[in-house]
Design a protein around this ligand. Structure first.
Ligand SMILES: Cc1ncc(COP(=O)(O)O)c(C=O)c1O
Length: 439
């Protein structure tokens, strides 16, 4: 791009931003009207709290009542670096003005660069892009089945995929079919067949099925996030890797939630020294835009997909690719983390996550409502005693005290704040949780 067209784009970005900011400052939404519209016209698949979220400033979200709440949820782990939304937004804006998207038959200027970056950071050289984590799940199911038929010689339409009970891979029909949650499936049948569901962390259960000739893959979260923050040990993962290799069963990690720094490693499987055949990314992948990726080993991806076998109108569009590149670079870049510490958000997640976990464990050690506190990096679950307290009660209580937390599993309160959280934020979240839990 020559200097004058670059200048033109920069000046357009500046004037658009000015317009946006001036509209933003004049815009005062009426909460009651918005809620009435939502309630009248939105499908009822979310139970909304009675506020409208209107803006974010770093770790804090402001609702329509003007209350500033600390974000202990990070938009279900998607919001990694809220301090750099301007940079991410400007990256998107610049690319939107230059070229939003064209037919996928044409290369765009951003996708090859993102592919190269993904190879460099993951060691998985081939990728395919979609728009959500759930679509990434469907994609790995398709790729695994193809591998099974074309390489393993599984009989037509007989391929089986092992998944873990309590998993969460999204809400498409394929993903809910893999779930062990009845409420996700009720009256949506017939479901997609071919999933074998085994207990997470149970190597004997895997051993029982992995040698079957029709089994093509084990698709699993490295830490089960939505299922209640469940963590398996090194011994388990090493055995999983060895068993899958022995029986030519693909090992596929769903790192939609755990990937890109959330657990204190760039990818959670790196904590255990594992090498996946494929990996799914979404959420923090492009942070401010819906985008996902499946990365894989070349011999698998090349067998799985030929022209016409897969695709998505917006998957891999240059805007998402530019933002994903910037997002990954920001997550990995060294920066001033406050308190005189320099490091990346990945290191920060490990440090502040460990601190938050210790603080919570310490403060809640004798609280009868708490059964267990588990975590890896900034993905932490407080499992509550169902007989004494519901997670929804704690979620509402902390919400009243201006902490946004989340619910996971059957009764686990989840904290997954942005990766920019500092120790002072960890202290703030701990105090609110402690004050909100009755003794
Ligand atoms: C591990 C995991 N996989 C897949 C998904 C689905 O992602 P999406 O909501 O983008 O479809 C989620 C969402 O929470 C997730 O946590």
């Amino acid at each position: 791009m020559d200097a004058s067209s670059s200048q033109l784009i920069e000046s357009k970005v500046a004037s658009w931003l000015e317009l946006y900011l001036s509209e933003g400052s004049n815009y005062t939404p009426n909460t009651a009207d918005l809620m009435a519209l939502q309630s009248e016209h939105a499908a009822k698949h979310y139970a909304y709290d009675d506020v409208v979220m209107s803006r974010r400033n770093g770790m804090y979200l402001t609702d329509s009542e003007g209350r500033e709440c600390i974000d202990g949820n990070g938009t279900y782990s998607a919001c990694a670096d809220p301090d750099n939304v301007f940079t991410l937004g400007a990256t998107a804006f610049r690319q939107i003005l230059k070229l939003t998207h064209v037919q996928n038959k044409f290369l765009n200027e951003q996708q090859p660069l993102l592919l190269e970056l993904l190879d460099n950071v993951s060691g998985l050289p081939v990728a395919v892009f979609m728009n959500s984590g759930a679509e990434a799940f469907d994609t790995v199911v398709k790729a695994s089945r193809r591998y099974g038929y074309r390489v393993k010689g599984v009989k037509k339409n007989k391929a089986k995929i092992i998944v873990a009970k309590r998993n969460f891979h999204g809400r498409t029909l394929c993903a809910i079919s893999a779930s062990s949650e009845r409420k996700y499936q009720e009256d949506f049948g017939p479901l997609v067949p071919g999933f074998i569901k085994i207990a997470f962390g149970d190597i004997a259960a895997l051993e029982k099925y992995v040698s079957r000739p029709d089994v093509v893959a084990f698709i699993v979260e490295v830490v089960q996030g939505e299922g209640g923050v469940h963590i398996a040990n090194q011994h388990y993962w090493r055995a999983v890797q060895a068993l899958c290799a022995k029986h030519n069963v693909l090992i596929v990690f769903d790192e939609v939630q755990t990937g890109l720094g959330r657990t204190g490693a760039l990818f959670c499987h790196q904590h255990y020294g594992l090498t996946p055949d494929m990996m799914m990314l979404a959420k923090a992948f492009a942070q401010v835009l819906p985008a996902s990726a499946v990365l894989g080993k070349k011999h698998i991806m090349d067998i799985a997909f030929e022209p016409g076998s897969h695709g998505s109108t917006f998957g891999g569009n240059p805007v998402s690719c530019a933002v994903a590149r910037k997002s990954i670079e920001l997550i990995m870049a060294k920066r001033d983390l406050g308190d005189g510490i320099t490091g990346s958000l990945v290191e920060n997640s490990r440090d502040v996550g460990g601190y938050l976990l210790d603080q919570l464990k310490d403060a809640l050690r004798n609280n009868p409502n708490v059964i267990d506190i588990r975590g890896k990096g900034l993905l932490i679950g407080i499992e509550l005693n169902k007989k004494l307290i519901t997670c929804e009660y704690l979620r509402q209580k902390t919400r009243d005290k201006l902490l946004i937390g989340g619910a996971a599993g059957s009764n686990t309160y989840r904290l997954s704040p942005p990766l920019t959280a500092q120790r002072k934020h960890a202290d703030e979240m701990t105090s609110i949780v402690v004050e909100s839990l009755p003794y």
